[in-house]
Design a protein around this ligand. Structure first.
Ligand code: SF4
Ligand code: SF4
Length: 280
């Protein structure tokens, strides 16, 4: 198993912080992460983009919606046929997802406050780092043997339902980003349950202050887009520094917030500071 040590002295993680379970340097894994660090892709298109996973977030330029959806775009107040009625023993969308279930800063904060799990402990078990849109971002890891999410319990149920990540809440919906916002769409090929009921998107997501959450999601998405665009003009070493800065600022450094509204405010402050630092 790969372990990543988050340095306590303020520096960002490096390949030498990657060890085996016994704490010995893991040369193979370190080399792997080094190639991640140095392989930052200027085009910004990620291994978790369309076609490689089932958890979709699309920008306008990426897809033909008619291929993957019912052709409609929805707002959070709309009813949509997404309710799989407790899934009835199916756990397909928690298996075989590769690295496509990306975590955003709020997901990590939820695990931190709800499960008392810090970022490093997640990386030691249920999550891993990967490349996504030119950034180094965490994603849920699939078990090496069963190819299932490590939060899936022995009964095929999500053991962290209350604190599940945003993309898990969304499924089988996706987000479709437009010029000044995003709307939702229904993925038609991904959930095998064809008897789904209609549900209001707001209820399906189960997020108390959905307006604030949507604003947060949009600002995080826009920030990553700006990083991706900015990275295109940087050399490899500077892109590496940018990616590590984002990882450190939004994931490695724990949020102090105890409540959801406090998280949004703290996130906004970090975003503003990051924008100033990066010249956005
Ligand atoms: S694929 Fe559909 S029915 Fe199966 S677990 Fe996922 S949402 Fe539920
Ligand atoms: S966190 Fe829960 S809902 Fe999400 S993939 Fe894992 S088991 Fe499934």
């Amino acid at each position: 198993m790969r372990c990543v040590k988050i340095p306590g002295d303020g520096r960002a993680i490096t390949p030498t912080d990657i060890t085996t379970e016994s704490g010995q340097p893991d040369k193979n894994q370190a080399a792997g992460l080094q190639s991640i660090f140095y392989g930052l892709c200027a085009c910004g298109f990620s291994a978790s983009g369309p076609g490689k996973g089932k958890w979709f977030e699309y920008m306008k330029r990426m897809i033909d919606l008619s291929q993957v959806s019912d052709g409609r775009l929805y707002s959070s107040g709309d009813m949509v046929r997404a309710d799989c009625r407790d899934c009835r023993g199916c756990s397909d969308c928690c298996r075989g997802m590769g690295g496509s279930i990306l975590l955003d800063p709020m997901d990590v904060w939820r695990f931190q406050t709800g499960l008392h799990r810090d970022f490093q402990s997640l990386l030691e078990k249920e999550a891993e780092l990967g490349m996504a849109d030119g950034m180094i971002l965490p994603n849920l890891k699939m078990d090496a043997k069963s190819d299932a999410c490590l939060f899936l319990d022995e009964n095929g149920r999500c053991s962290v339902h209350e604190f599940r990540p945003g993309l898990c809440r969304l499924f089988p919906l996706g987000r479709y980003y437009e010029e000044n916002g995003f709307r939702y769409f229904l993925q038609i090929h991904e959930c095998r349950n064809k008897e789904r009921g209609k549900v209001k998107i707001k209820k399906w997501l189960g997020i108390p202050d959905l307006k604030a959450y949507e604003a947060y999601i949009l600002s995080w998405h826009d920030f990553l887009e700006q990083c991706r665009e900015g990275a295109g003009s940087l050399d490899g070493e500077k892109r590496r520094i940018l990616a590590l800065y984002v990882l450190r600022t939004f994931f490695e450094t724990p949020f102090r917030a105890g409540k959801e509204e406090e998280f949004y405010s703290e996130f906004s402050q970090r975003l503003e500071e990051a924008g100033r630092t990066l010249g956005f």
